[in-house]
Design a protein around this ligand. Structure first.
Ligand code: XBP
Ligand code: MG
Length: 244
């Protein structure tokens, strides 16, 4: 219980909350995995990533990079150019959007309430993710609503920066856009790569354990919770809304 009250205080006192997407806002990685397998079949490749293989491949951030990492490990795979991988990834991304649009991937417990409570407190919201803008929009248009972007002051995706997580680039870009010091923010993450990326930007990190990273080492995080549902409850004594 102590960890939750400390985490709730850290979140309530931040000027901005910076959210990771996959695994943090929603449990999307199972849909990504299915979309990758769909793309492999469509491309005539006899590849199939089961959950165990995907869990290992998730150490590589970025879908295109993940495909290349897997290809490099195959002794008998056909040559795949960067253009081939980009085409594969395009098929995957289109299928991922179809899956998300069915509504089968809601926000994780506590996320919607936390977003609402943060806005009510006058806190700023941002996104720092490895995935693409298209994937963020597909997920949040369905899970939050068509006007979801209005809630976020900064949205930085993997292709907006030179280096993906665990490099700090997406977090540094969010800080620059918000014009805030890292100590005034909290990063909310689910993976070791995400934790490292935010920590390298000197941002305090709250981890919410997700399906594929449940047993990762998060000792560098300020707090680790199973999910965010305990954070949304307002304290008994109302706190001052954040000055802009
Ligand atoms: C998680 C990732 C992404 C997704 C797949 O991003 O590493 O690569 O697994 O999406 P996050 P793409 O930082 O939100 O946890 O295929 O678009 O890369
Ligand atoms: Mg994540």
């Amino acid at each position: 219980m102590q960890a939750e009250s400390g985490a709730a205080r850290l979140v309530r006192n931040a000027a901005a909350l910076i959210f990771d997407v996959d695994g943090t806002l929603a449990e999307t990685e199972e849909l990504h995995r299915r979309a990758f397998n769909h793309a492999f079949t469509r491309h005539g490749l006899d590849w199939h990533w089961d959950r165990a293989a995907y869990k290992d491949l998730l150490r590589v951030t970025g879908g295109k990079e993940r495909i290349r990492a897997f290809h490099t490990r195959q002794w008998t795979a056909p040559p795949l150019s960067d253009a081939d991988i980009a085409a594969l990834h395009g098929i995957k991304t289109a299928h991922y959007a179809e899956l998300v649009e069915t509504g089968c991937c809601p926000l994780r417990p506590g996320v919607a309430d936390l977003l609402t409570a943060a806005r009510a407190r006058g806190q700023r919201l941002a996104i720092a993710t490895t995935t693409s803008h298209g994937n963020i929009d597909a997920l949040l248009s369905r899970a939050v609503g068509a006007g979801w972007t209005a809630d976020f002051d900064a949205i930085v995706a993997g292709d907006d920066v030179r280096h993906k997580k665990p490099a700090p680039d997406v977090y540094l870009e969010v800080l620059a856009r918000l014009k805030l010091a890292p100590s005034n923010c909290v990063a909310i993450e689910d993976s070791t790569n995400g934790l490292i990326a935010a920590a390298r930007a000197d941002i305090p990190v709250l981890v919410t354990r997700s399906l594929f990273f449940r047993d990762d080492d998060f000792s560098a995080a300020r707090f680790v919770l199973d999910d965010l549902s305990k954070l949304a409850a307002e304290p008994k004594t109302a706190e001052q809304p954040h000055a802009q």
